[in-house]
Ligand binder design. Structure first.
Ligand code: GLU
Length: 398
């Protein structure tokens, strides 16, 4: 029998659905993936070249658990350049993907019974990571535009609150938090003395001239209480490379490295060398991809707007839409044994997969049961094809 901890854990919906869709595609089914946050571009060639060179140079051995010094220096430079944040090497930990950065931070900070506030809709893994640390996830809702609701967060703070997790630009909503709302959270963190886990993995993907702001840069108090979390997957199309990092107070980073020392040890050595090239040599490629994502966002927004019953809003970042789809819940379609009611977001996603062969992720995975997530890191042609199919399928609902 597996542990209670595991019994009590929901598997990652994004990873599970993605595995299922990959298998369907491998069987030759023509499924369109609006389910996974994985850019469809190739990893930029400077990164590939750096990887090949690192392997040729024999960079294949164990290294320091917290990462090779040249990469930590490149991360420190990047944080200074892009985020107005000054960190020394001992304040930086290289991790195996952004996911591990978040997990290490939660494990390093939380004791059993501590509370961690999560702003929903939220990425699927935060709540489960907090539970695995035997801490208490406290899920609060964002406002109607998916921005932080400071009053609600304040009301949720107790003397057990250890941290608040934020993610901007946001997965699954695409919201880009403003400096004002972040400063208000930073002030609250100072007043009530809690940590902020700031997941900034989508920072390069902002549109309409919006700029990403790192909360740790907004005050000395915020800097002292924030663990800035990031990864290479989204900006540099390095999803499979599994490379991420965390920067924050030296004692927390030391704890994260100690924890990592007993779990995965250092992230893959030659991948770390390639990561330097991503940070230092790929600005042009990143901007090209950002422009393409903005065009795709516009395309998907236009298509969602055409459909009655989607309240899609206007996300300014990442590559997701999170429309409320409750309009469809009482509609029916003809199943094998008579009429089937859509019922909920799971039923809605199931119907789209069955009828339109389009995969999306139901909102309960993101603590938002009336919505579904559409990911659009795919070509404009694919978006149009997928939306054509969805339009046709929804017309059949009664
Ligand atoms: N973060 C991406 C997503 O939300 C990749 C899958 C995962 O790690 O959750 O789709």
């Amino acid at each position: 029998m597996v542990s209670k901890r595991i019994q009590n854990m929901k598997p990652s919906a994004t990873s599970t659905i993605n595995g299922m869709v990959s298998e369907m595609k491998a069987r030759g089914e023509n499924v369109i993936s609006f389910n996974v946050g994985e850019p469809d571009f190739d990893t930029p060639s400077p990164v590939i070249c750096a990887l090949e060179k690192a392997v040729e140079d024999g960079k294949t051995r164990y290294v320091a658990v917290g990462g090779i010094t040249p990469l930590r220096m490149a991360i420190a430079d990047k944080l200074r350049r892009d985020n107005d944040l000054v960190y020394s090497i001992d304040q930086i930990c290289v991790t195996t993907g952004g996911k591990q950065a978040v997990f290490n931070a939660v494990m390093a900070l939380c004791d059993p019974g501590d509370e961690v506030i999560v702003n929903a809709p939220c990425w699927v893994s935060y709540v489960e990571m907090i539970k695995m640390a035997e801490a208490e996830p406290v899920v609060v809702k964002t406002d109607e535009n998916y921005h932080l609701d400071l009053q609600v967060i304040r009301a949720a703070v107790t003397d057990k609150t250890k941290a608040v997790i934020i993610n901007t630009p946001n997965n699954p909503t695409g919201a880009v938090y403003t400096a004002e709302e972040l400063k208000a959270l930073a002030d609250l963190a100072e007043e009530k003395d809690f940590y902020i886990l700031s997941d900034e993995i989508y920072e390069k993907l902002t549109y309409d001239g919006k700029k990403h702001v790192s909360i740790a840069s907004l005050s000395q108090a915020a800097y002292e209480r924030t663990i800035t979390l990031n990864g290479f997957a989204k900006a540099y199309c390095m999803t499979g490379w599994r490379l991420g990092y965390a920067a924050g107070p030296a004692d927390v980073i030391k704890g994260m490295i100690a924890y990592q020392g007993h779990s995965t040890s250092n992230s893959t050595t030659f991948v770390q060398w390639a990561g330097i090239a991503a940070l230092e040599k790929c600005n042009k490629e990143v901007e090209k991809m950002r422009t393409a994502f903005e065009e795709r966002r516009d395309c998907m927004r236009g298509r969602l707007d055409r459909i009655e019953g989607f309240k899609a809003g206007m996300p300014h970042g990442a590559f997701y839409f999170m429309p409320d789809v409750s309009y469809w819940f009482d509609k029916t379609y003809e199943g094998e044994n008579g009429p089937v009611v859509i019922g909920d977001a799971q039923g809605f996603a199931k119907y789209l997969l069955k009828k339109a062969a389009v995969a999306v992720v139901p909102g309960d995975a993101f603590e938002t049961p009336n919505a579904v997530r559409f990911a659009y890191p795919v070509s404009v042609e694919t978006i149009n094809e997928g939306m054509d199919r969805i339009e046709a399928a929804l017309k059949e609902l009664k």
